[in-house]
Design a protein around this ligand. Structure first.
Ligand code: FAD
Length: 403
């Protein structure tokens, strides 16, 4: 157990909203730090807490293996778990929910994000998104061998969806509005290096292709072309549904605005995980991360801050991984522009990497494809803000930490 530094004396009830990884880990960290008061964990979903990354990977791709995405029950064993309860309003010291009012001394918002959808495409027999266990169960049942699947969006989730659908024997077409896959998080140069992966795996990738609508028979493209499909999945990013916080005094800017201690603009209220827009002094920007690693680790800081630890502060090097087309793709840091350094040959079947440098030559971003050791070292190099030698970084035989 970690000692609480200066526990706040009047803390009798902490409420955590959201039963995803960030909410569950917040409960765990509070108890680990010795918080002995009342702890309520409530969430809108009916299911016991579960993890999301398997939903687009083993859970979807391999029904026979019956992957169980449940989160570790010990993490929330110390909380009063209330499922199927939605928070509807925050007032100082009071949370309104669909199950009545709850008083709080500290309130943690861990309400995640919701898949974005193209306008006018909610539901329908062929229309899918992938965020929840229910979404994944429904989609898994639809991904039968021979099904014609259209994936809208060639981002992280779109690539994983395509991988899973191909594994299920589906015929997959991927429609991407941008010029390359992953253009938004990684830029076009790197994105273009991942484009051949689709055809190599047996999918059809169409970039620069805008979807005008989804109907019961498939999709209609801008310009009128129609693609018939048995399954249409949108993987076009997420939005945060935070309208219910309006008027609460909690600032929202495409995410709940927090400082490095995960404190919001309303005293006693914290935000963590995908819903948060946290200030990063290290990167001098506000991050709206949708990364598992952040939901896992930031709750320790929230718990510390709630319990009065003056050192509680969180400004990590962001990290995300993805498993696509048999490759392990990892991204750390942040980027401005295109990569300065290629490490290895991106057209080779073996691993390669790319690095982004700032104006002073410090490494700020690093993408590793099947090079996990490089990634670990790069994260450390970014963390300490070290200047690197681009020629040495480009040499895959030189360890990243020695570049
Ligand atoms: P969530 O897990 O979204 O949990 C939020 C919970 O709050 C939800 O259950 C929601 O119903 C509930 N809620 C919302 N509003 C309210 C309300 N008003 N009242 C009550 N409850 C509410 N990241 C990676 O780094 N690598 C990966 O490979 C990866 N794969 C992923 C695959 C999929 C299919 C998905 C969807 C995400 C993936 N991620 C991945 C992202 C990662 O899973 C998320 O960053 C992480 O789950 C965020 O956790 P969270 O607790 O912040 O939010």
């Amino acid at each position: 157990m970690v000692e609480a530094a200066g526990s706040e004396p009047d803390l009798e009830r902490v409420i955590v909203v959201g039963t995803g990884l960030a909410g569950v880990r917040t409960c765990h960290e509070l108890r680990e730090r010795g918080y002995a008061g009342e702890l309520v964990l409530l969430g809108a979903e009916p299911h016991r807490p579960y993890d999301r990354p398997p939903l687009s990977k083993a859970f979807l791709a391999d029904e026979a293996k019956a992957v169980d995405p449940a989160l570790n029950q010990r993490w929330y064993a110390g909380a009063d778990l209330r499922l199927g309860v939605t928070a509807t309003r925050v007032r100082p010291g009071v949370l309104d929910t669909t199950a009545g009012e709850l008083r709080w001394d500290a309130l943690v918002l861990a309400v995640g994000a919701t898949p974005a959808r193209l306008p006018g495409t909610d539901g329908g027999p062929v229309g899918h998104v992938l965020r929840t266990l229910d979404d994944a169960t429904r989609l898994r049942a639809a991904l039968v061998a021979g099904a014609r699947v259209v994936v809208i969006g060639a981002g992280w989730i779109g690539a994983e969806l395509t991988t899973a659908a191909l594994r299920r024997g589906c015929a997959v077409t991927v429609l991407e509005a941008g010029p390359t896959p992953l253009a938004l998080p990684l830029g076009e140069t790197v994105g273009s290096r991942t484009a051949p992966w689709y055809a190599q795996a047996g999918a059809t990738l169409r970039c620069g292709t805008r979807v005008a609508g989804v109907d019961d028979a498939g999709v209609v493209l801008d310009g009128g072309e129609r693609l018939d499909a048995d399954v249409v999945v949108q993987g076009i990013g997420v939005r945060r549904e935070l309208g219910w916080l309006a008027g609460s005094g909690i600032e929202v800017d495409a995410g709940v605005v927090t400082d490095e201690s995960c404190r919001t603009t309303l005293t006693g209220v914290y935000a963590v995980g995908d819903c948060a827009a946290r200030w990063s002094p290290r990167a001098n920007r506000r991050f709206r991360l949708e990364h598992w690693d952040d939901a896992l680790r930031a709750p320790a800081v929230v718990a510390g801050a709630i319990l009065g630890d003056p050192t509680a502060s969180y400004d990590p090097v962001p990290y995300v991984w993805s498993e696509q087309f048999g490759r392990f793709v990892q991204w750390v840091g942040w980027r401005d522009g295109e990569p300065a350094v290629w490490r290895g040959d991106p057209s080779a079947t073996t691993g390669w990497a790319a690095g982004w440098l700032d104006g002073e030559g410090r490494l700020t971003g690093f993408l590793a494809v099947d090079r996990p050791r490089d990634l670990l070292q790069a994260r450390r190099v970014i963390d300490v803000g070290r200047v690197v030698n681009p020629d040495r970084l480009a040499n895959p035989d030189v360890p990243v930490k020695e570049a």
